[in-house]
Ligand binder design. Structure first.
Ligand code: NAD
Ligand code: IPM
Ligand code: MN
Length: 358
């Protein structure tokens, strides 16, 4: 097979610390499954911004288009406005490559305690619409500094955008427990949400008779995730609702540091991007204590998407075994450093090899 080329953007803060963990673990598992990946490091991020006034080169998106996948750490630093760093790199990548699905699995991990009293295992997937909705570029700030100062933003939802997110989520639910929960806010004066509800319901009813669809108001849903998270299977949500729900869902399984994500272009016309749910965590950056599981798990999702499901399952089993054996970072209640978690996962990759390779 052709060697797959991966664009690596470690970014900022703990992105720089968890990326080596992700690359080392993916490389090790790939070797045992008989393939290699070509990692190409792109030094894009806030340092690039400081040097050149841009997060990535002018032709950055054209460069990325030539890769099979993008592996990203995190971007954002306290001294540069997020509007520069995120709208200069992360959001343009998601949009240019039509990564309209942001897939964020959430499950209870062995040896990791939930902060919730209800300890029934959690196993769900957040399907976040990733290209439109509340994250629209339409709007602006007016009358800066004056008494009349104001800000306006239009949320933009399209039938095509809602339908393809709903379809992806319903297909996923059909292959799992068959329960799809759609996050909504159609009881207030939010014009977009009754439209979201209609298109989701239509899509599911027409194509997925075996899927049970429940629309849940976002406020009640947030409470439901805290009170009885084991009842949820697949959640489908707009861009902003999905963003919020995925940190909440990560936190109730122990820490957002473990949560992975895949920004998918399901048609595979463009590269997809794999990154942890968390950000650059400036509060702990530079201490070597960041939890690398979100990055490693995102690497497993990348292997799966690139057509190596056995290697992906092997990698997930390895980090689960490392956690079960007690190697956990501080956010998970342990004392291990990032590098110690990586070493433990690498050891488990080797010892589990007979179970996953022929
Ligand atoms: P954050 O996710 O970086 O951190 C939130 C909290 O979780 C912090 O207390 C942090 O220490 C902790 N945390 C996060 N990841 C962890 C890990 N792997 N191990 C241990 N603890 C971890 O969110 P924030 O602080 O709100 O944002 C910081 C910066 O990151 C901002 O500039 C923000 O815009 C950016 N951000 C970027 C991305 C991305 O690149 N995809 C995602 C979210 C936030
Ligand atoms: C995420 C992040 C981004 C988002 C920010 C940093 C723009 O929070 O990937 O979840 O809101 O999508
Ligand atoms: Mn987020």
């Amino acid at each position: 097979a052709q060697r797959q080329r991966i664009a690596v953007i470690a970014g900022d803060g703990i992105g720089l610390e968890v990326m080596p963990a992700g690359i080392d673990c993916v490389t090790a598992v790939a070797r045992l499954h008989g393939f290699t990946l070509g990692w190409e490091h792109l030094e894009w991020g806030s340092d690039h911004y400081r040097a050149h006034g841009r997060m990535m080169p002018v032709d950055g998106l054209e460069t990325l288009a030539g890769y099979d996948a993008i592996f990203l750490g995190a971007v954002g630093v306290p001294d540069i406005p997020d509007v520069q760093t995120l709208w200069g790199l992360l959001i343009p990548i998601r949009r240019a490559f039509e990564q309209y699905i942001n897939l964020r699995p959430v499950k209870t991990l062995p040896g990791v305690a939930s902060p919730l009293a209800d300890s029934a295992p959690i196993d769900m997937v957040v399907v976040r619409e990733n290209n439109e909705g509340e994250y629209s570029e339409i709007g602006g700030r007016m009358y800066r500094g004056l008494e009349e100062e104001s800000a306006v933003q239009e949320a933009v939802f399209t039938r095509r955008g809602i339908r393809r997110a709903a379809r992806f989520a319903a297909e996923l639910a059909a292959g799992r427990r068959g329960l799809l929960t759609s996050a909504t806010k159609s009881n207030g004066i939010v014009h977009t949400m009754p439209f979201w509800d209609e298109v989701v319901a239509e899509t599911v009813r027409a194509g997925f008779p075996q899927v049970r669809l429940r629309s849940e108001l976002i406020d009640a849903l947030a409470a439901g995730l805290v009170l009885h998270p084991h009842r949820y299977d697949v959640l489908v949500a707009s861009n902003l609702f999905g963003d919020i729900l995925s940190d909440l869902a990560g936190a109730i399984t122990g820490s957002i540091g473990s949560a992975p994500s895949a920004n998918l272009n399901p048609e595979r016309r463009h590269p997809s991007m794999f990154e942890p749910v968390h950000g650059s965590a400036p509060d702990i950056a530079g201490q070597g204590i960041a939890n690398p599981i979100g990055q490693i798990w995102s690497g497993a999702m990348m292997l799966d998407a690139l057509g190596y499901p056995a290697a992906a399952a092997h990698l997930v089993a390895a980090f689960e075994a490392a956690l079960a054996a007690g190697t956990r970072t501080r956010d998970l209640g342990g004392t291990a450093l990032t590098e110690q978690v990586t070493a433990a996962v690498l050891t488990e990759i080797d010892s589990l090899a007979p179970n996953f390779t022929a």
